[in-house]
Design a binder for this molecule. Sequence first.
Ligand SMILES: [Ca+2]
Ligand SMILES: [Ca+2]
Ligand SMILES: [Ca+2]
Length: 489
Amino acid sequence: MYARARWPSAVPCADVWGDGHFLFGAHYLRRGGPAQITILDILNPDAPALASIYYIPPPGNQSGPEDVQASNGLLFTGNETSATGSDGAFVADVRDPYNPRYLGNINVPRFRRVHTLSYDPDSRFLYLANSRGPEFAVIDLRWLTPDAAPFGTISTPTWHVQNVGSSFVHEVYARNGRLYASAWDSGVWVYDVSNGASQPPRLLGSAPGNSTHSAVPSEDGRFIVTAEEFTGGGIKLYEAIPNASGGLDIVLRDSFTLPTSRATSAHQPFIKGNRVYVSWYEAGVQVFEINPDTKRLEWVASFDTSPYTGATGYNGCWSVYPYLGDDRILAGDIQTGFWILALEVPVLEGTVQVAGLPQIPQEFRFRVGFCRPSDGQTVATYTATPDSGGQYRIEDVRRGIYDLVVSAPGMLCTRVQNLSFAYGQATTLNLTLRAGDVNSDGRIDDADLLAVLFAFGQSGSGLPEDVNSDGTVDDADLLAVLFNFGSEC
Ligand SMILES: [Ca+2]
Ligand SMILES: [Ca+2]
Ligand SMILES: [Ca+2]
């Protein structure tokens, strides 16, 4: 991992979010404000530019916007710690991030201190954590669009869910009809919120934890990762398994922590694909893979945003946001500012040439199967489209050691054994594919020759006998078969 850019800030930084080509960064303020959000234009991720600093107007101007989310043209902040007692959630229109426009605030009784919130951009419901009690609130915001008129204050929740564990709800995160609540002393609690307009959230299951700070799901909902915020706290991987009673069994599969000689604790995770990205205080951003076979966490990369080392008392990296892409991972570090990082995913690249044809056919593509050497099973398949010079590059291939099987229509497949793929590394494979395996049986022989002869003179697209894909079965195709006659995969 490496840094593409850093945006230093004299005001302590907190949560970060990305939308389009903009970074939205919250600032951690204990007292007095001014409450502000830094908005950066990262169209060029190597040279971010200030779009605006959005100052939340009264009544939120003196509070700390610690949580931030920008979705559907709306900016939401979760605020607490004001001197005046006017915390809660605040909403702005950020369709033009250069000119944010205040819309209103959400101040539900008992939800004055909103350390975190989550807005589901699909259902358009907002969820608020009560950072001081075991409860969360649900607010139906389907009516709210960024061109709405300023709406003053919303004070009535659509649903108010209590007894979420026994301590307090530190964080809520809504995704794909489910709400993941971090119930601090009581671990992770998952609710069905798919019918928010007519039905209150329904508890699906929970699993115990210790100082559960954050809980986020994988995109398919199968895995949940929590971060535990205590000195020495790390991350935990759970599997959410549907049970016979319509709920979820949430089963602990793995955990990982860094020693306190490195950092205080993990803070905030996100899962994208099979990767887990975690802001880890003094240790910066740490990246893991979830191995789907072993259901274990495997550390793969990190970038240290913080000059601090060891358990210094919660300094360093507060937040990470991976969903803009691995070439622009956003991070917020309390002291060093907002960062744009790049993860160097495993890459397969090289050149391809085709024996038996004077040039690579038009719109030529080939497939690469990654097979486990232990049992030969194909665990991943990729498609490559070489340029006119035969150069190809496949980003984000599987990490590990694999046997590769390369195939393309009309071409003899090619096998390569024991190639290694790792983060921070591009593996080179230069290929020569042999044209003429018309019937794709792994050898070029008289069956292919006869097929071409029988089809000789035919024209059309997608003919298997049209080895060079020029639309006609003719002597060029015959020559390709003869050139490679007798070859086997
Ligand atoms: Ca450090
Ligand atoms: Ca054949
Ligand atoms: Ca042809």
